[in-house]
Write a protein that binds this ligand. Structure first.
Ligand code: ATP
Ligand code: MG
Length: 647
């Protein structure tokens, strides 16, 4: 199979500011390169050094046992994630440091210090135990973005039960399938949560799901919205009633390093959700380490990752990574545009947020809403920005840099996946010169490469498969209950290495540019083109806020490019604009990438985590019925509207 042709010509470079570098954990590119090279010579020693920064009840015997494709990290060691995120901070002044700074969508505010959080977690651990939860059980958490969600996670981790968090936007059907797949014994939920001013009735969804989940014996219900809900006698219990009687003394269980920490179902941009299993010691080592280095975390920082805890980003970079570091973490329950599009900027100003980590889909929405909203707020506390989830178009990067970062904040574009558990490719902000649209370089300990189908590295600037050639501590251990699928899905496509679906190229400096998912590659006249480069060319036009491109069958060229384009506020769709955009793409990246067709649309079909679902657009562009799973689609009406616009 041919490699992927790269057409993007992004040349801007932003060097770290001297002042930033001087205070950073890693201070120069030379320093990074030295650490990186040493780490690849002896990855086990490198990771063992990072693991030692955590608290272990019992040291490990071997850092790694690798029997392809199964890794065990820190074998024989005993550890507890909850202990590392809480108890460890109680012996110093940190016990009175803010751990969670929470704001509800309705304006409520709560701050929990490490001591407060520890107390709540201990009590809930006792609640879980009293309800019969045992080490090794699975607990389903279906909650709004409230502190109690973090409490429940850490309580599970404390007693050695694996949590399976289901994003609060999922339907009863999705809950049912995930509960049954993991055979959960207990569900923790809430009466409801707030989203864009409306109450989302979570308990009703749970009730519906539990009609077909034989393993669930107990339900704990947090009172959040005070809606009238159904409580089933003997099965359903109020959180506050159980907590009021629970003791605040609970010893964290010393667990095997490979003890399951959680199961998380991937968002499913490509199809049926998979239960990704993460374990304890390696996962915590790598999430703690990457939080510190990638976000250049300092003791006094106020850190805000806007992800919902229902996604892996929330697990690794709202809960485990930051709390293991004793950070102050901002949590906001609701929508970015409630009551108006300045909500995020008000939160940054109010809590003097220093580190802000969000997703390209949010950034594109900010761009669409216009820069007047952030302009009204003082964002000077920010010193570092981050992005994750999709390739970021260089022009969106520039907007983020200029409007939110005031041209002073480095942006870390972090590439990773639910399966990788932690960030694998990212700039280190004091060391790495930034290139808009590139995730830059692999982190120490990570052997990332771009290869062809045979596993051979492709030359600089040609596209190929993004792979990881050696095991890393936070990697998934299996797909829950399906080891064969684990091997087939991740370790079989390219011989001997991990491949989870992304195409990329490395430039002459070794920088990684993710070109989109391999499944989305478009084949035009013998060339294979990645989606992100063409989309970036469209977004670089001043009228465009967001774009998605897909291939549709074409008799002459094999496939032709169809582009779905959302305009910035204030611009009007027209035939002239279509021509203009087509010429713009030709001018930016060449005639091979010129879209055969452009369609304007207000919204694109996205997963509930905000990622564009191109496979659905493919069906629409080629006039087919939608095939495959759409349960992870955020808004079903989008499909109908897109089909209508076509008529
Ligand atoms: P599924 O695997 O079920 O289809 P998903 O891949 O969207 O869902 P995640 O694990 O949340 O689920 O997302 C990981 C993917 O997101 C990566 O494989 C990549 O395609 C994309 N991604 C994440 N971060 C970046 C980034 N910084 N640059 C480019 N792409 C990114
Ligand atoms: Mg994926």
């Amino acid at each position: 199979m041919a490699d992927i042709t790269s057409v993007l010509k992004e040349k801007r470079v932003f060097k770290p500011h001297k002042e930033f570098s001087r205070n950073a954990h890693v201070k120069s590119l030379t320093e990074y390169k030295k650490i990186y090279q040493a780490s690849l010579k002896n990855p086990e020693a490198f990771w063992a050094g990072k693991a030692k920064e955590l608290h272990w009840f019992k040291p490990w015997k071997k850092p790694l046992v690798w029997e392809f494709p199964n890794a065990k990290w820190f074998v024989g060691g005993k550890i507890n994630a909850s202990y590392n995120c809480l108890d460890r901070h109680l012996s110093s002044w940190r016990r009175n440091k803010a751990a969670l700074i929470w704001e509800g969508e309705n304006g409520e505010e709560r701050v929990l210090t490490y001591q407060d959080l520890h107390r709540e977690v201990c009590r809930f651990a006792n609640v879980l135990k009293a309800l019969g939860t045992m080490k090794g059980d699975r607990v389903c958490l279906y909650m709004p973005l409230v502190p109690e969600l973090a409490v429940a996670m850490l309580a599970c981790a404390r007693i050695g039960a694996a949590h399976s968090v289901i994003f609060g936007g999922f339907s009863s059907q999705a809950i049912r399938d995930r509960i049954n797949d993991a055979r959960c014994k207990i569900v923790v939920t809430a009466d409801g949560g707030y989203r864009r001013g409306a109450v989302i009735n979570l308990k009703n969804n749970v009730d519906e799901a539990l009609k077909e989940t034989p393993t669930v014996k107990q339900v704990v219900v947090l009172q959040r919205t005070k809606e009238v809900i159904h409580m089933q006698l003997g099965r359903d219990h109020w959180w506050h009633a159980l907590m009021s009687e629970a003791s605040a003394v609970n010893e964290a269980e010393p667990l095997d390093s490979e003890h399951p920490l959680y199961i998380l179902y991937t968002s499913g941009s490509t199809g049926k959700p998979k239960g990704v299993l993460h374990t304890t010691g390696g996962y915590l080592t790598q999430t703690a380490f990457t939080t510190r280095w990638v976000f250049d975390l300092k003791e006094e920082d106020v850190y805000w990752c806007t992800a919902d805890i229902g996604w892996v980003t929330g697990h690794s970079y709202v809960v485990y990574g930051p709390l293991a570091n004793g950070a102050s973490v901002v949590m906001y329950e609701g929508a970015p545009n409630w009551p108006d599009p300045s909500r995020f900027w008000r939160i940054i100003e109010k809590y003097r947020v220093n580190i802000f980590y969000t997703a390209p889909t949010a950034i594109r929405a900010f761009i669409k809403w216009g820069e007047d909203w952030p302009r009204k707020h003082n964002l000077e506390s920010l010193r570092l920005l981050g992005t994750v989830g999709e390739p970021i178009n260089p022009e969106a990067w520039m907007w983020y840099h200029r409007v939110i970062g005031g041209k002073r904040c480095p942006i870390v574009d972090t590439w990773w996946q639910t399966e990788t558990g932690a960030i694998l490719i990212s700039a280190l902000p004091g060391a790495t010169p930034l290139k808009p649209g590139s995730a830059t370089l692999p982190l120490p300990g990570i052997d990332a490469a771009v290869v062809n189908k045979e596993g051979k590295e492709v030359p600089a600037n040609s596209g190929g498969y993004l792979v990881i050639r050696r095991p890393w501590p936070a990697m998934l251990r299996t797909i829950y209950g399906d080891p064969a699928r684990y091997k087939k899905q991740y370790w079989s496509e390219i011989p001997g290495v991990y491949f989870a679906g992304d195409g990329a190229r490395r430039d002459e400096d070794g920088y990684f540019w993710v070109m989109g998912r391999i499944d989305d590659v478009i084949k035009v006249s013998g060339h294979r083109l990645g989606t992100s480069e063409i989309e970036s060319a469209l977004v670089s036009h001043e009228t465009v806020a967001e774009a998605a491109v897909v291939g549709r069958p074409d008799e002459i060229t094999g496939e032709a490019i169809a582009a779905f384009v959302t305009l910035e506020n204030g611009h009007v769709p027209s035939e002239d604009l279509k021509d203009l955009l087509r010429s713009h793409v030709t001018k930016e990246i060449g005639s091979i990438a010129r879209p055969a067709e452009i369609r304007f649309t207000d919204t694109l079909p996205k997963t509930r985590s905000g990622k564009i679902m191109r496979r659905l657009l493919r069906d629409i562009a080629s006039g087919r019925e939608t095939l495959g799973d759409t349960t992870t689609l955020e808004d079903f009406s989008v499909l109908a509207r897109l089909r209508k616009e076509e008529e």
